[in-house]
Design a protein around this ligand. Structure first.
Ligand SMILES: C[S@@+](CC[C@H](N)C(=O)[O-])C[C@H]1O[C@@H](n2cnc3c(N)ncnc32)[C@H](O)[C@@H]1O
Length: 287
């Protein structure tokens, strides 16, 4: 019987490991994507599985195959990035955002500058736009959605979502902001056009590009889980710098920042990290 290499145990011979190192170097040269920042075992396993499915036994042969066709290479990078998302993902955290964090921020500044970092096809950015429009309509809020994957950003600009993206959207928001349309015989949902005036989508690689600055709120959720501890640490420090004093970082369900105090954050509730208004002044009540 053939061993199943697509599961947890993929082979790691010295030859394969050294071939994988070559693959990483060449991939970085061709695409700028530096796999050194990603968790090794997980990345190795996923690329091994993709390579095996494409019928190759050596990573460097697989790379040559990827390099022959630009769209094939793009699809490979996109699959590595994993774009799973949905609107109001973990709704209990959006409730804290709606009732505590955003009202606090709106007292500090009438219009907010928000970054949805690793926004995938925009479900998170549109959810934030809905909340801001609910709480403080008609102001010039700016929500910047960024991702490494250009293809998902094009989808984000369309603002059309599937039924499965909407399962955590509160009913009254769904009725007000998401309108059913028919597309190839299935029902999809178009976001209310006036939300788009708050939104902008741009490519940004969290591991390589300079960080934009001056945010009241940064949401970076379910993105850094794939990164090494060093890369995560660098990213959280960059986010700290990118926030205004009094601003918040909003992270995903499994992404506690264990050295948050060292970085300078106060941590008023599990998924929200505050950059204090003044250095040294820590906890502010948000939970
Ligand atoms: C699982 S999705 C998270 C989407 C959304 N934040 C959410 O929580 O629903 C992860 C996103 O991170 C993006 N990503 C992965 N590596 C990245 C990088 N180095 N820079 C920017 N975005 C990245 C992926 O392309 C993907 O769209």
């Amino acid at each position: 019987m053939q061993p199943n290499f697509s599961g947890i145990n993929v082979p790691k011979t010295p030859e394969l490991l050294s071939d994988f190192e070559q693959f990483k170097k060449q991939l970085k040269k061709h695409t700028g994507l530096d796999l050194e920042h990603y968790k090794f075992d997980q990345t190795y396993r996923r690329i091994y599985t993709m390579m095996e499915r494409a019928g190759f036994k050596r990573f460097t042969d697989y790379l040559q195959f990827l390099c022959q066709d630009e769209s094939r290479m793009r699809a490979f990078v996109d699959r590595l990035a994993i774009n799973v998302s949905e609107m109001f993902r973990n709704p209990e955290q959006y409730e804290i955002l709606r009732t505590q964090i955003l009202p606090t921020l709106l007292k500090q500044s009438p219009q907010l500058k928000v970054w949805s970092a690793g926004c995938s096809y925009g479900a998170e950015a549109y959810s934030l736009a809905i909340l801001l429009h609910e709480l403080a309509p008609g102001r010039s809020h700016q929500i910047i959605g960024t991702d490494i994957d250009q293809e998902v950003l094009e989808r984000a600009k369309q603002g059309v979502f599937d039924e499965s993206d909407l399962r955590s959207v509160p009913a009254e928001f769904k009725a007000r902001y998401l309108f059913p349309i028919q597309e190839n015989g299935r029902t999809r949902y178009q976001a209310e056009p006036q939300l788009k005036r708050y939104l902008r989508f741009e490519r940004h690689n969290l591991l390589a590009d300079p960080y934009p600055q001056g945010f009241d709120l940064i949401a970076c959720r379910n993105v850094v889980i794939y990164f090494s501890d060093e890369a995560k640490d660098r990213i959280f420090r960059e986010f700290f710098r990118a926030l205004k004093p009094g601003g918040y970082l909003f992270v995903g369900n499994t992404e506690r920042i264990f050295n948050s105090i060292q970085i300078g954050f106060a941590n008023p509730s599990t998924f929200f990290y505050l950059k204090p208004l003044q250095e040294g002044s820590s906890w502010r009540n948000a939970s």
